[in-house]
Design a protein around this ligand. Structure first.
Ligand SMILES: N[C@@H](CCC(=O)N[C@@H](CS)C(=O)NCC(=O)O)C(=O)O
Length: 206
């Protein structure tokens, strides 16, 4: 059996969260290494690409959250076998990466520059992304994004929705999802009530 360590910020969200959820749903043992922002600063130069999440698997360090989502998702039965359904799952995961990258670019800004960049993002790219995700969910039957069941795309959606509705990003209105993509709000509630997902968060809250 492989030894697995997932390294990421100490957040119940963000790019590592779908990986943690998949491992937990599959009952796979792993070390959930959570680091503070100052610890990340110290660790950064030792990381292969200076970013997290990374997965240490049997001593080697691997990068790229969506590749990790697919790998651990396959093992958890959360990634479609069918090529088209796999594509639908992948497209959603990559669209969410577009949103994360766009938000990441505003991270170093401050004051008026931050406000202007975030407001432009909220009314521009982010709004387009949310509307597209809403359409994809509707086209897939409004319950799950692919395979008519829970997949990594749904778990990754939790990551984006949690971030956007929590107020984590100043100047991004917390009702942006409700306004641009109302189906995603009910989708988030459905995913949160999934047995494996709710068991994970119940355990986290203990
Ligand atoms: N392409 C990478 C992106 C990873 C990434 O940008 N991670 C962010 C945190 S969510 C990070 O480490 N940012 C800090 C930095 O780049 O200095 C992936 O898919 O995992």
């Amino acid at each position: 059996m492989s030894t697995i360590k997932i390294i990421y910020f100490d957040l119940d969200g963000g790019r590592a969260e779908p990986i943690r959820l998949a491992l937990s749903i599959a009952n796979t043992e792993f070390e959930d290494k959570r680091i503070s922002f100052p610890e990340f600063g110290e660790l950064k130069s030792t990381l292969p690409l200076g970013a997290v999440p990374v997965a240490e698997i049997d001593g080697e360090t691997y990068t790229q959250c969506n590749a990790l989502n697919r790998y651990f998702g396959k093992q958890a039965g959360l990634y479609p076998d069918d090529a088209w359904q796999a594509f639908l799952c992948d497209e959603v995961m990559d669209i969410i990466e577009d949103a994360s990258n766009a938000m990441g670019k505003t991270m170093g800004l401050q004051g008026d520059a931050l406000k202007a960049a975030r407001e432009e993002l909220a009314s521009g790219k982010l709004a387009s992304i949310l509307r597209l995700l809403n359409k994809r969910l509707e086209d897939a039957g409004s319950e799950y994004f692919a395979d008519s069941k829970l997949t990594m795309a749904d778990l990754k959606m939790l990551e984006l929705l949690g971030t956007l509705t929590s107020g984590f990003f100043d100047h991004i209105p917390t009702d942006i999802v409700q306004k641009q993509a109302p189906l995603l709000v009910t989708h988030m509630q459905k995913v949160m009530s999934d047995q494996g997902v709710s068991a994970y968060y119940q355990k986290r809250s203990q």
